[in-house]
Write a new protein. Structure first.
Length: 112
């Protein structure tokens, strides 16, 4: 069984580069209610300094990544918070969730 992990990368499509300093919250959506698993910010490369879920902390389930893009764009856009809900299964290897964003639009996919 492959070890599983979760990482992300935020790209600013207006500036054509990494989105620096974007706050990201990761919540696990348990039946009893949401549990905050991580609360971090992106570095100079638009990534987090550590995986959101490492192989040691990975637990299968439904998660929500919350990207606070409004603050990155100075509150001058249409988008404020971008939530992305994903289902993660054990043994599926590395999950990577990139976010390409502007103040008005975003796109995501399962990366590698």
């Amino acid at each position: 069984m492959k070890p599983s992990a979760l990482t992300t990368h935020v790209l600013d499509t207006v500036r054509g580069g990494p989105a620096i300093g974007v706050r990201i919250e990761l919540l696990r959506l348990d039946p009893e209610g949401p549990v905050v698993v991580a609360d971090t910010v992106t570095n100079a490369d638009g990534r987090t300094d550590a995986p959101l879920l490492s192989p040691a902390t990975f637990r299968a389930g439904v998660y929500e990544l919350r990207f606070h893009v409004g603050a990155h764009f100075g509150g001058a856009g249409f988008l404020d918070l971008v939530p992305i809900r994903v289902t993660l299964a054990a043994g599926q290897g590395h999950y990577h969730v990139p976010l390409l964003c502007s103040p008005w639009a975003y796109s995501t996919y399962r990366g590698s």
